[in-house]
Design a binder for this molecule. Structure first.
Ligand code: TK8
Length: 339
C-alpha cells in the first residue's frame, strides 16, 4: 500500500513538473533563421552576414539564431527569392538586379551611371526613393530590410584590354539575369549572356564566357583574377545588395523580434558599407599584384560610352514609372547642386 502511494505521489509530482518544463523548453528553443547569400564566406558579403548573425543573437539574448549559408548553397538569388516568397526560407541577401522579375521598380538601380559616388548612393538608397522601391516588395511576399553596398561595377575579360566601346566586339560577356544589364552590354557591342553568379567562375574558367563585370571586392574574393587577365575601370553602374525576409514568415514574428532584426540589419548595413569601402580602396592594387592588367578609360571614351547608354534611361524610366524616375533625378540634382 505504502509503496503504491509513494509511486502515485512521484508520478503526480513528475506530471506537475512536466508541463511547465515543456513550456520552458518551448521558450528557450531559439527561433532559427536560414539566411542565404551568393558569395563565399571570405567575402564582404560573408563578413557582414556574420556580423548580422552576431547582432541578432546578442539583441535577442539567444532567442533568435541565424544559420548563414553562403556560396549559393541554398541556390542562386532567384531561387532563394522564391523560397522566401513561399516561406521555405526566412532570409537572404542578394542583388537588387535579380529582383526585377518580381518588383519592376528595382530596375531603377540598374540605370547605367545613375549614381556618381557613395555619398549619392547612401542618400538615395536610405532616403525616400530607396524606401519606396523597397516597400514595393511587400505586395510580392518579400520584406526589404536594408540595402548593402555591392558597389561600382568594373569590367574584366580574358581576351583584350577594353579601352573603347569597339573593343566589346566579339566578347562574350556574362551579365546578371536582368534586362537592363542585357540591353546595356548589347548596346555597347558585347555578346551579353545572362547567367546566375553561382555558375560564373566555372563559365569563365572553361571560356564559356570571356568576361564579366563586378566590383573590385568581388573580383578579388571570388578569385576571378585567376581566370581573367584584363580589368577595365568602367564604373558603369552602382549595384546595391538588399537584405530580404520572407513576408509569410515576417508577419508571424512578434514586434520585439521584428525590432531585433531591423536593428541588427541596420548595424550590418553600416558595418558592410565601411568594410566594403575599405577593402575596395585596396583591392585594385591587390588585383594588379595578382597579375591583372588594369586600364582606365580616357575621358573621351568614357563620355562616348555614356552617350551610347543614355537611351537605356528612357526604357528604365518607362519601366519603373515616370514619378519614381523623376523623384530620383530630382534628389540627385539637389545633392549635386548642394555640393
Ligand atoms: C551574388 C550576386 C553578385 C552580383 C552578380 O549572389 O551576380 O554579379 O554582383 O553580387 O548577387
Amino acid at each position: 500500500m505504502k509503496a503504491i502511494r509513494r509511486t502515485t505521489l512521484a508520478l503526480t509530482a513528475a506530471a506537475l513538473l512536466a508541463a511547465p518544463l515543456a513550456a520552458l523548453a518551448q521558450d528557450i528553443k531559439p527561433r532559427l533563421i536560414r539566411f542565404g547569400y551568393g558569395l563565399n564566406e571570405q567575402s564582404n558579403q560573408g563578413r557582414a552576414t556574420r556580423l548580422f548573425a552576431e547582432q541578432v543573437e546578442k539583441l535577442s539574448a539567444g532567442k533568435m539564431r541565424v544559420r548563414a549559408v553562403g556560396a549559393a548553397a541554398l541556390g542562386p538569388d532567384t531561387q532563394m527569392q522564391q523560397a522566401l516568397i513561399g516561406g521555405a526560407q526566412e532570409m537572404m541577401v542578394g542583388s537588387t538586379a535579380t529582383l526585377v522579375g518580381i518588383t519592376k521598380e528595382m530596375a531603377l538601380w540598374d540605370t547605367p551611371f545613375l549614381i556618381n559616388n557613395v555619398r549619392e548612393a547612401d542618400a538615395l538608397l536610405d532616403g525616400p526613393v530607396g524606401q519606396k522601391v523597397m516597400d514595393k516588395l511587400q505586395e510580392k511576399g518579400l520584406v526589404g530590410l536594408v540595402y548593402w553596398e555591392n558597389g561600382f561595377r568594373n569590367l574584366t575579360n580574358s581576351k583584350r584590354p577594353v579601352t573603347k566601346a569597339e573593343d566589346f566586339d566579339g566578347i562574350k560577356l556574362r551579365v546578371m539575369q536582368n534586362p537592363v544589364f542585357l540591353e546595356t552590354f548589347k548596346s555597347l557591342g558585347a555578346n551579353a549572356v545572362p547567367l546566375p553568379f553561382s555558375e560564373l567562375f566555372s563559365a569563365l574558367e572553361t571560356k564559356t564566357v570571356d568576361g564579366q563585370e563586378n566590383p573590385y571586392n568581388t573580383i578579388l574574393s571570388s578569385k576571378f583574377y585567376e581566370v581573367q587577365k584584363y580589368l577595365s575601370v568602367t564604373n558603369h553602374v552602382y549595384s546595391p545588395w538588399i537584405v530580404l525576409a520572407s513576408k509569410k514568415w515576417w508577419d508571424g514574428l512578434s514586434a520585439d523580434e521584428k525590432k531585433v532584426l531591423l536593428t541588427a540589419a541596420k548595424a550590418s548595413r553600416d558595418f558592410e558599407r565601411k568594410d566594403t569601402r575599405e577593402e575596395g580602396a585596396k583591392a585594385l592594387a591587390d588585383l594588379k599584384a595578382k597579375g591583372m592588367q588594369v586600364n582606365e578609360l580616357s575621358t573621351a571614351e568614357s563620355a562616348r560610352m555614356r552617350d551610347k547608354l543614355t537611351k537605356i534611361n528612357a526604357s528604365v524610366a518607362a519601366n519603373v514609372g515616370m514619378d519614381l524616375w523623376n523623384e530620383a533625378q530630382a534628389e540627385l540634382k539637389k545633392m549635386r547642386g548642394a555640393k
